[in-house]
Design a protein around this ligand. Structure first.
Ligand code: SDX
Length: 422
């Protein structure tokens, strides 16, 4: 049986046979038969916008691999910085390559003093940290004008290192500003997660020592959030990057998409939902409210996973390790009860709605002391490596500018009517 499809234009009787290649059919091919006819797919539910070798999802079986390596093995054996190298360069680093990479990242964690003093301190005291992060990431493009030379691979890699290294500094700075706390400079003697925790929580002590269990748990969460194929924010990254905007501006666009409650803002929405439910006694009533379409079960459902999100399984396990240190989150039992009720209800199982990456992550962040408005920021920090790996891949593929077509549904041509006669 040939791996092809045949499309026939019944208006002319003409047909074309198009190969099915790696699960897709090339639009250029059927475009020859149907010039000016567009396959309409507004939310890209059935459309491939890119060929990518970075991350592979198998939604039906709940599989996630970065550059071929299963997420379960990376979460168990790797570190976020090593995973960031893997995503960007395509291979796991040798010991020497990793040491050079770690040195580069560690020595690019500082931000220009004007970013702190002029931008961060210029925000209102209760500015949402994501608003501060998006703005300051975009502002970084004005400090590194050579970032516009995206064809120079060495210069591009320098911006990649700067962005991966500075995201935690910007993120912690955004928090410290909103908390009315002094800015904490990076401590280059600490690893990635421990340094971020130091910039978040250091007060009067000469050196902040993060609890190693919490630092490792955060690093695992960073691994799990590092990339996820053509999600909404990565599509934003590739769209803006396809215009050859510089890496900082493109990253700010991606972070803006992540800010949405349907995407990276869901971990914050889960805690708000659990707070609204309040107690296990109210779970059944809330589930009924969702089934009536009056609310969404935040942290449930996924465009690709029609099975349990493999990251949610690892996060759920990590939660217990964190709670050993911090004490169990009072919302854990509520979340477990909600999951149990939902997964035994046909409304959710028939729609293949399972917990996703956001359902349990917020419980961990809350137990670690992060305020809710920092949860999406905690998603943006690691996802920066994923966004930049797609940006780099897009350039390597010499991709054309993203410019989809449309189905026009507006008014037919008509003549202007002067206001005096309207
Ligand atoms: C992330 O794409 C990625 O990879 C994203 C991400 C990543 O790592 O980058 O994995 C991170 O964004 C995870 C998703 C976080 N968002 C949430 O948890 C918010 C709640 N979830 C939903 O809003 C929703 O499930 C989406 C946005 C995640 C997916 O939306 P889709 O694919 O457009 O699904 P849909 O809206 O078409 O829903 C299909 C059906 C509908 O019912 P019917 O109209 O068929 O009767 O399922 C229902 C929806 O009403 N549904 C839900 C639901 N999600 C979908 N019903 C109740 N609660 C939900 N959460």
């Amino acid at each position: 049986m040939p791996e092809t499809i045949t499309i026939t234009d019944n208006r002319t009787g003409d047909s074309i046979e198009v190969p099915i290649d790696r699960g897709g059919v090339d639009a250029k091919e059927w475009g020859k038969l149907l010039p000016g006819v567009w396959f309409h797919d507004p939310a890209f539910g059935a459309t491939s916008a890119a060929a990518s070798g970075i991350t592979e999802l198998d939604g039906a079986n709940g599989v996630l691999r970065y550059r071929g390596y299963p997420i379960e093995q990376l979460a168990e054996q790797s570190s976020y910085l090593e995973v960031a190298y893997l995503l960007i360069h395509g291979e796991l680093p040798t010991a020497q390559e990793f040491e050079a990479w770690r040195y580069e990242i560690t020595h690019h964690t500082f931000i220009h003093e004007n970013v702190r003093k002029r931008f961060m301190e210029g925000f209102h005291h209760d500015a949402h940290p994501m608003g501060i992060l998006v703005s300051t990431v975009a502002a970084l493009s004005t400090f590194y004008p050579d970032a516009k030379d995206i064809e120079d691979r060495d210069l591009l890699m320098k911006q990649v290192v700067r962005l991966i290294a500075k995201m935690p500094t910007l993120a912690a700075g955004a928090y410290r500003h909103s908390a009315g706390m002094p800015f904490v400079y990076p401590d280059n003697s600490l690893d990635f997660a421990a340094n971020f925790l130091s910039m978040m929580w250091k007060t009067a002590e000469p050196r902040y020592e993060a609890n190693p269990v919490l630092a490792r748990a955060l690093d695992v969460l960073f691994i799990l959030h590092a990339d996820h194929e053509q999600n909404c924010s990565t599509t934003a990254m590739r769209t803006v990057g396809s215009a050859h905007a510089d890496p900082y501006i493109s990253t700010a666009a991606a972070a803006s998409a992540l800010y949405g409650p349907r995407h990276g803002g869901a971990n914050e929405a889960v805690i708000r939902m659990l707070t609204e439910i309040g107690s296990i006694d109210n779970v059944a009533a809330y589930v009924e409210k969702v089934k009536r379409g009056e609310a969404r079960l935040q942290g449930f459902g996924h465009r690709v996973y029609k099975n349990y999100d493999p990251r949610a399984k690892i996060i759920k396990r990590t939660a217990y390790e964190v709670f050993e240190v911090t004490g169990k989150s009072p919302m854990l039992d509520l979340a477990l009860a909600l999951e149990e009720v939902a997964l035994s209800d046909d409304y959710f199982t028939s729609r293949k709605l399972y917990p996703n990456v956001d359902f349990y992550s917020g419980l961990i962040y809350q137990a670690m002391g992060f305020p809710m408005n920092m949860f999406t920021v905690l998603f943006a920090i690691p996802r920066t490596a994923g966004w930049l790996s797609h940006y780099t891949e897009l350039l390597d593929q010499d991709s054309r500018i993203y410019r989809p077509r449309q189905i026009y549904t507006g008014e037919p041509a008509r003549d202007y009517v002067p206001i005096v006669t309207r």
